[in-house]
Design a protein around this ligand. Structure first.
Ligand code: AMP
Length: 267
């Protein structure tokens, strides 16, 4: 399910810290890690009248290639195969990450996100949100480094079809990495609890030997999911990319990515 993954990095401290968590992907049987850095042209194109783009690309490429090799070497020392993408593509990071993920036929994309707090930044969205929106591959978005990423999963469950799909990944990860699973279901205003469906999922996971528990929240789904994850000491959150809600400011997944402190696995 996760033989080949793409690790996308802008060389920021936060995205390089993800490397510390890569060995934890061993339990998912990851064999190969593709390493990508995009030379970001969106920044220069906005302000760049008179800039020699080709010279700019050449300059950034010169510093990027050895760093990619260094990262690839570190990944090999963890026991994975590593494939740095050289020469690094230049363009819009979101578009290039999505394109390389498809061309390399990876099973998942691993990346970082600073999260967003100001309204302007929320409206602009983030690289991670852009990738989640434009790719159909599972995306693991790292926030701060969390040790033992897969030890306690919060599975955001809203009965949607997409959520059932998420469930397959949760099961695979839980069985492979021996994770504890908390199924978080949030009741919005006026909704009543559908106990039989929740019992069903508890039994289904339990029958496969997974340590599972249901937790019910009330209010805004994204805020509640993040709150439950914090309260329960979860080490990651699994969420579907398009649940029931997707407003102008984003979907539940966008908000969970924005506010979560632990990695978010978007399916
Ligand atoms: P965000 O803070 O949500 O905009 O996402 C930042 C993350 O996006 C980084 O940790 C990288 O994983 C990825 N990213 C952003 N820019 C680039 C880039 N130029 N090349 C590769 N990955 C990038």
């Amino acid at each position: 399910m996760f033989k080949k993954v793409l690790y996308s990095t802008d060389f920021s401290e936060r995205s390089l810290a993800i490397l510390d968590a890569l060995p934890e992907f061993k339990c998912l049987n990851v064999e190969e890690v593709v390493v990508l850095r995009v030379i970001n042209l969106t920044r220069v194109l906005g302000v760049a009248r008179g800039i020699d783009i080709e010279a700019y690309i050449e300059e950034i490429e010169k510093e990027t290639v050895p760093k990619l090799e260094e990262i690839a070497e570190r990944i090999r020392s963890m026991g994975f195969n590593a494939k740095p993408i050289v020469p690094p593509p230049a363009g819009d990071p979101v578009g290039e990450i999505v394109r390389v993920a498809n061309e390399e036929n990876v099973d998942a994309i691993i990346m970082g996100s600073r999260g967003r707090s100001t309204i302007k930044a929320i409206l602009l969205g983030s690289t991670a949100e852009g990738v989640v929106r434009n790719s159909d591959k599972p995306v693991v978005v790292f926030k701060n480094h969390t040790p033992k990423v897969f030890s306690k999963i919060v599975y955001a469950y809203d009965f949607s079809e997409r959520c059932e799909e998420v469930g397959k990944f949760v099961k695979f990860v839980a069985k492979s990495c021996n994770s504890e699973v908390i199924v978080a279901h949030v009741l919005e205003k006026g909704e009543i609890i559908e106990e039989s469906k929740l019992d069903e999922i508890e039994q289904d996971f339990g029958s496969e030997g997974i340590n599972v528990r249901i937790v019910i929240g009330e209010g805004s789904p994204s805020k509640e999911i993040v709150r439950i994850a914090e309260k329960e000491g979860a080490t990651c959150i699994f969420v579907g990319r398009s649940g029931k809600k997707s407003g102008v400011l984003g979907s539940t997944a966008d908000f969970v990515i924005r506010y979560s402190k632990v990695p978010v696995f978007v399916v």
